[in-house]
Design a protein around this ligand. Sequence first.
Ligand code: NAP
Length: 227
Amino acid sequence: MNITIIGTGTVAQSLAEKFIALSHNVVLGTRAPEEKKADQIPNPITGRSFQNWYRVNNNVKLAALKDSAQDADLIVNATQGVVSLELLLEVGRPAMAGKILIDIANPFDTSKGVMTICNTDSLGEQLQAAFPETKVVKSLNTMNAYIMTHPESIPDQHNVFLSGNDLESKREVKLLLKSMGWKDEQFIDLGDISTSRGTELLLPIGLRLYAAFGHSNFNFHIQTANQ
Ligand SMILES: NC(=O)c1ccc[n+]([C@@H]2O[C@H](COP(=O)([O-])OP(=O)(O)OC[C@H]3O[C@@H](n4cnc5c(N)ncnc54)[C@H](OP(=O)(O)O)[C@@H]3O)[C@@H](O)[C@H]2O)c1
């Protein structure tokens, strides 16, 4: 499959490595491809610069946003949530039409430490409204980038959520995630894209857990009571 990931950060790198290992073709859509290839700033999570990551992962293609998704079978939004809409508009509605967009972004303003969309709206819904011909599936946004692609790194039961209006698209995303190691019993389909309001708001509790534990190697596990 041809997969375009919009973004080049921790999430994009983790997914790109996994998709390549699964024999997919991967394009990373970025604002300035040539500058990105020369970027020597250490990633705050991995400690590795993009330049160093790209040296090892040079089978991934880099493309300007407007050229990144024409040939994609599936697109992933791995951009900062506060700029996702603006960056995806550069990718362009025609290139995204008819395709699945897995939206992993959370609308969190790091400079202010606040969610910028919440309660009565969500980024997932805003993207679905802005790209009506694209099938937005919100998923993977409730765990760190390593766990997204290495679900086996948490030995006990833990969950991944799906939100989206189109059942067939959620089924396809589930198949892709299963190929990445996720198991049937780990999925919770919450319903339509408005349920992104719930999963995006797991970020504030996730940040408090990160502060309490001193690391982000955890995930949510939903346990139901015996009826
Ligand atoms: N990191 C995690 O473990 C994690 C876990 C769950 C969910 N998420 C969510 O997944 C998304 C990606 O996370 P990440 O850590 O990979 O993000 P990131 O590295 O901070 O940023 C991802 C991309 O957003 C673009 N970007 C960042 N700041 C920008 C700005 N000021 N103006 C325009 N574009 C900007 C950059 O695109 P260029 O390539 O053009 O520079 C960058 O590659 C976020 O929405 C985050 O909330 C992350």
